[in-house]
Every structure is written in C-alpha cells, then in structure tokens.
Design a protein around this ligand. Structure first.
Ligand SMILES: Cc1cc2nc3c(=O)[nH]c(=O)nc-3n(C[C@H](O)[C@H](O)[C@H](O)COP(=O)(O)OP(=O)(O)OC[C@H]3O[C@@H](n4cnc5c(N)ncnc54)[C@H](O)[C@@H]3O)c2cc1C
Ligand code: SF4
Length: 333
C-alpha cells in the first residue's frame, strides 16, 4: 500500500479565500479539487506540499450558464466530468466535449474528477508516474523528480512529459477561453495560449492563480465535431494519443462547404498540438468530398510526432493518429 505524505487541508468557501490561502502559504500550498490526479502523485512522492487548499466547497465554481447574448456556454471549474458529459447543453452544442468528458477514466473517477483538475492535470511520463522506489532503480529519477537527466530525450534540457487530459484538445478545438482568478485579479485568455512546452511547468498560470471557469462559443453554423482517444483498454486508461476535430460548414450552400476547421492532438509533449495550415488545404471544399478525410489525416500524421514518454511504440501511436482521424472524418460525413 502506498502512503500519503503528511499535509494540512484548508476548505475555503469562496474563490477570494482560496486565492488568499494559496498566497499566504506559498510556495508550499497546492490546490485540490476531486483529488484523482494529485493524490496518486502525492502517494508517489512526486511532491510534498505542506497544505492542500480544497476547492470542494467553493460554490461559485459549480455554475453552468448559457449566455445567449454573449453566445457562450460557461462551465465552472468545479463541475464534475460526469456532470459535463451528461449536461443537455453540452450534449446539444458540444458533442465532442460530452464524449471526451465521458471517456475519462471510469464512472467512479468521473463522479469526483473536475473540469478544473482536468485542465490542470499534471503532465505524465512513464519514467516519473512511478513509485519512489521504481524511480530510484533507474538511476535516481529525472528532471521532473529527483534527477538531472531526461530519459526520453537524454540530450535535451527540457522535460517533454505529456499533457494527457482528454478534454483539453477538445476545448481548444472548440475555441474555448479560460477564466482565471488570482492575487492580481481576474483575467481570461484563449485556452490554447494557457499551455507551453515544458513538462515541469506546462501552464501559464501565475502563482496563486485558480482556474474559475471555461467558456466555449456556441456554434453559429452547422458543425461536425468528434474526439478520438486511443488507449489500450476501453476503461480506466489515459489516452496514449488523442485527436479533437471540428469542422464548421456553410449553412447556405447545399454542398456543406467547410468554412472553418480545427484539429488538435494530445499526448505528444507538454503542450497540445494544433495541426497547422488546414485552412489552406480544406476550407471551401465540400465536407462530403472524400479527399477531406485523406488530406486532414495526412496533415495530422506529418505534423504529430509522438515521443517515448508514455507507453507504446511512438511509430505505432503516430500511425493511429492517421488511421483514426481518417476513419472519424469519414464517419461524420
Ligand atoms: C486510474 C485513473 C485513470 C485516469 N484516466 C484519465 C483519463 O483517461 N483521462 C484524463 O484526462 N484523466 C484521467 N485521469 C486523471 C484525473 O482523474 C482527471 O484528469 C481529473 O479530471 C482530474 O481532476 P481532479 O478534480 O480530480 O483534479 P485534482 O487531482 O484535484 O487536481 C489535479 C491538478 O490540478 C490542480 N487543480 C485542481 N483544480 C484546479 C483549479 N480549479 N485551478 C487550478 N488548478 C487546479 C491541482 O493542484 C492538481 O495539480 C485518471 C486518473 C486515475 C487515477
Ligand atoms: S520527459 Fe524526461 S524529464 Fe520529463 S518526466 Fe519524462 S523522463 Fe523525466
């Protein structure tokens, strides 16, 4: 049995109180929401915070509002993934998000796991998400734990552990905005800009900043969207590669011409990968044109290069991106 390190727990009831607790107990305080990511990491002694600031009683994080004037759905960071997967507005407007939330782990975990925790899920790597004893056996850890070297890219100086959230690629593909509360007040930025390519610190959250909500623009034209998750088992498994797809279509044209496209891959490095130049390749084509699936899947394959940071052969995972993207688009036509 793995034991937890010793820590205190604080249970604020407002965001302002939570921000204050984080600030006053810096740098030894961490946030905990559902605890389904941070508690296993603490059991592996990847961190030893003196204080966990629980967001479980912060009611303002549990809102879900459809703002028709602003044309957005606002999802509080404290909603559970089960609630998101089942919510009628999420299912109606953002079926790819309902799907990705419903594919996380297993029902028991989805009943605890929150959206905020999923966005801020720590990066994962086969060399670090292990017990302390295991890590000691490979020469004393790595850059992200107790060591000085990266076992994935031994010549590199940066950790390339993988961003393994199921929902982040989907939310980026849907053009989501993240709303943050911190010591300097509130700010919002495109979710795509929240991440950067460093597995040790892969978000741009400032010290003491809390994810309060995610807002997603409501679709204004016909849309096809989907989420592909490849993992070994169909349950209780993190994705080993993932792809989120969104195609907006011209409502006035009988051939359903593509007006906008977004394809975002996960589990490559610490930052989700947005596939480039798809606008030039497929905007204006009919979504029913069989070449669209071919073009998009080849672009995803050529731009996405998995690393040996999570289990399974990177070349095989790369091939899965191509095959599953092509099949998913063909199935949406
Ligand atoms: C067996 C198992 C299988 C899993 N499978 C998957 C999977 O398939 N897909 C997947 O995406 N995840 C998976 N997970 C990981 C985890 O369950 C989810 O990512 C979950 O959504 C994390 O949410 P949480 O509320 O439990 O986060 P917590 O564990 O409470 O927190 C996670 C991290 O986010 C920070 N945090 C929490 N809330 C906030 C906030 N509001 N603002 C800023 N930072 C915050 C915490 O400090 C911590 O660093 C799995 C976990 C387990 C144990
Ligand atoms: S990518 Fe390298 S530094 Fe990062 S966790 Fe894995 S082995 Fe460690």
């Amino acid at each position: 049995m793995l034991r937890l390190p010793q820590f205190q727990v604080a249970t604020p009831t407002t965001l302002a109180e939570a921000v204050d607790l984080l600030q006053r107990n810096s740098p030894g305080a961490r946030l905990i929401s559902g605890g389904t990511d941070i508690l296993p990491n603490l059991k592996h002694f990847l961190d030893q915070p003196g204080l966990l600031v629980s967001l479980a009683r912060v009611a303002e994080l549990r809102r879900i509002d459809r703002d028709d004037r602003a044309g957005r759905l606002v999802l509080g960071a404290g909603l559970t993934l089960a609630e998101i997967a089942q919510h009628p507005d999420v299912r109606a407007y953002f079926p790819s998000l309902a799907k990705s939330a419903g594919l996380v782990a297993a029902p028991t975990i989805r009943n605890m796991a929150t959206l905020g925790g999923n966005i801020n899920l720590d990066t994962r790597c086969r060399y670090v998400n292990q017990t302390e004893l295991w890590r000691g056996g490979i020469g004393g850890g790595c850059l992200k734990s107790e060591g000085q070297v990266c076992h994935v890219v031994p010549t590199g100086r940066r950790c390339v552990a993988a961003m393994s959230s199921d929902n982040v690629p989907v939310l980026i593909s849907l053009g989501a905005t993240i709303h943050l509360h911190g010591p300097a007040g509130q700010r919002a930025l495109p979710l795509a800009d929240y991440f950067h390519a460093d597995g040790l610190r892969h978000t741009h959250a400032a010290p003491g900043e809390i994810t309060a909500a995610i807002s997603v623009p409501l679709p204004t034209s016909p849309r096809r969207c989907d989420y592909i998750k490849w993992s070994v088992r169909q349950s209780i498994d993190f994705p080993l590669v993932s792809v989120a797809l969104r195609f907006d279509l011209d409502a006035d044209r009988s051939d359903a011409a593509i007006t906008d496209v977004s394809v975002v891959a996960g589990v490559l490095g610490a930052k989700p990968r947005e596939v480039n130049k798809l606008d030039e390749l497929v905007v204006g084509r009919s979504f029913a044109d069989p070449s669209v699936a071919q073009i998009v899947s080849e672009a995803a394959y050529s731009q996405c290069k998995p690393l040996p940071n999570v289990p399974y052969d990177p070349a095989y995972r790369r091939e899965m991106i191509r095959v599953l993207t092509r099949r998913a688009i063909a199935a949406m036509v």
